[in-house]
Design a protein around this ligand. Sequence first.
Ligand SMILES: [Zn+2]
Length: 66
Amino acid sequence: MPIYEYRCEECGERFEKLVRRAESDEPVRCPRCGAVETRKQFSVFAAVGLEHGASSGACCGSGGCG
Ligand SMILES: [Zn+2]
């Protein structure tokens, strides 16, 4: 199930919400202040899986050539 990240326009609270369906017609309320002025951010799954410190054979990365 996809988890979407929302951000409250009122208080700036960021929270994740589990969405069963791809499209939800219900307004997402902020768990902090209860405002419905929320914006859907990118899915958290998009951020997961990024490799840190990929050490491939970069030529001019660390003064190899030059
Ligand atoms: Zn809020």
